[in-house]
Write a protein that binds this ligand. Structure first.
Ligand SMILES: Nc1ncnc2c1ncn2[C@@H]1O[C@H](COP(=O)(O)OP(=O)(O)O)[C@@H](O)[C@H]1O
Ligand SMILES: [Mg+2]
Length: 429
């Protein structure tokens, strides 16, 4: 399930990155391509000084001359040549410093003439781009003489674009290589982050599953007690209720436990509900704690526990009084429950500059060092077999921790085995 989620996340991520990279690279390529084309067109454009490059004395060339003898030395530039043709595409004049054969020139002229829009042609392994322009009648000054370039002539200019095309191709190849490499790198990074993003979800999911399993397991015990005692009652149907009180009491114990567990589960669900806002209003925390102590008095007397307290009077904090009281009660109940007979409990509440510190210490067996980090876990009990019949489900401390954390405070435990256990929490004023 999470694998699927992660993969979807990955695919989405990769598609967006690939698309963006494709657009960026296409833009780079397109810009370079159009720049190259613009350069080529600039050179092929007749207004770019083409006429000046024509050697004076050979102008104008007589029409209908033999092709071979018309080849001209074309200003020594081997990346350019020109062919002049008449209105029928017939070669009139060739200006070229290249040693191409007549056949090649003819082929070049024909190809260009047949495709007047412009294009390119391969001659002896090199690529030439051409452009045709109609020559206007004009007078050219060269070598102190005047020449007239006449009427219906066309000039085809060829530019060697082999290198430009080669660099364009190289650019494309580089973009593809860099692009693929980057995609691989991005994939690895995305995979890493996708796994990391998924991890807390998986953990929460596992925790939730564990929680449901634990809760169901805990509910099973009281249910089987109720069932077994109901069966016992069925066997003795003729008896009076009074004589069967034993079974009925067991059933009551079962329902009481279930009630306690369900109440714990409900309050855990409630305090963990992120949408549930605490109503933080100022209240007298010292009084609240004294109330809890009063309610616990009977239990303490029953167990012969000695209580010492140092509670600063009239400490006012802005918090959720009901929940703070709940935490104090949970910690107090634990202290009473886990202290030894005739043990001691010490409570203190002090106020510092920015917070109040509440702590409750009880004598007794304490908690083993390795168990300390686990006591706030749901359903954790140091000694499940012993605590079971007292209706302990190991939810109290996780409820307390959730409440304190939601109220912006911190809760901690420290313990020395066979001596004492102390729970401390802080809350902002
Ligand atoms: N004051 C304490 N002294 C010693 N052990 C404690 C104390 N409070 C809690 N514990 C240990 O932490 C466990 C979890 O406590 P809690 O979440 O309140 O569950 P429960 O009280 O239902 O067992 C207890 O089972 C007990 O082993
Ligand atoms: Mg408890």
């Amino acid at each position: 399930m999470f694998r699927k989620l992660r993969n979807r996340f990955l695919i989405l991520n990769m598609s967006i990155t690939s698309l963006m990279m494709l657009v960026a690279f296409a833009a780079i390529y397109f810009l370079t391509y159009s720049n190259t084309q613009a350069e080529i067109q600039k050179t092929l454009n007749p207004s770019s000084g083409m006429v000046l490059s024509i050697k004076g004395p050979d102008l104008p060339k007589e029409p209908n001359k033999e092709i071979g003898s018309t080849a001209q030395v074309f200003s020594g530039d081997s990346s350019l040549f020109e062919i002049d043709v008449d209105a029928h595409g017939k070669i009139l004049n060739i200006n070229s410093s290249l040693g191409l054969s007549d056949e090649e020139y003819k082929k070049a002229a024909e190809t260009a003439w047949n495709n007047k829009q412009g294009g390119s042609i391969t001659l002896e392994g090199r690529q030439w781009q051409y452009a045709i322009s109609q020559m206007k009648e004009q007078v050219i000054q060269a070598n102190g003489q005047q020449y007239t370039v006449t009427e219906n002539q066309y000039r085809i200019m060829y530019l060697d674009v082999t290198e430009s095309y080669k660099s364009l191709f190289e650019l494309l190849a580089r973009l593809i290589i860099v692009g693929s490499f980057m995609l691989i790198v991005i994939f690895v990074i995305s995979l890493y982050f996708a796994n990391r993003a998924i991890k807390p979800i998986t953990e929460t999911w596992e925790k939730q599953k564990q929680f449901i399993a634990n809760a169901s397991h805990e509910l099973k015990t009281p249910l089987s007690i109720i069932n077994a005692n109901y069966d016992a009652l069925l066997v003795n149907q003729e008896e009076t209720i009074k004589s069967q009180m034993k079974w009925l009491d067991y059933i009551k114990i079962g329902t009481d436990r279930m009630t306690k567990l369900i109440n714990d589960l409900l309050s855990l669900a409630k305090v963990e509900d992120a949408n549930f806002a605490e109503d933080k209003i100022p209240f007298n925390m010292s009084d609240a704690i004294n109330d809890v102590i009063l309610s616990m008095e009977a239990l303490m007397i029953e167990k012969g526990i000695k209580l010492s307290q140092s509670i600063e009077p009239d400490i006012i904090i802005k918090s959720d009084s009901e929940r703070v009281k709940r935490v104090v009660t949970i910690l107090f109940e634990n202290a009473v429950k886990y202290t030894n007979e005739k043990g001691q409990i010490a409570i203190s509440l002090i106020k510092s500059k920015h917070q109040v510190i509440y702590s409750i210490k009880n004598s007794g067996k304490g908690i083993a060092k390795e168990d300390l980090p686990k006591v706030f876990d749901r359903f954790y009990r140091a000694d499940p077999s012993r605590t079971h019949d007292r209706g302990s489900y190991g939810l109290g401390l996780s409820i307390a921790k959730t409440i304190i954390n939601n109220l912006g405070g911190e809760i901690n435990v420290s313990s020395v085995e066979n001596e004492y256990t102390t729970f401390t929490f802080t809350l902002g004023l």
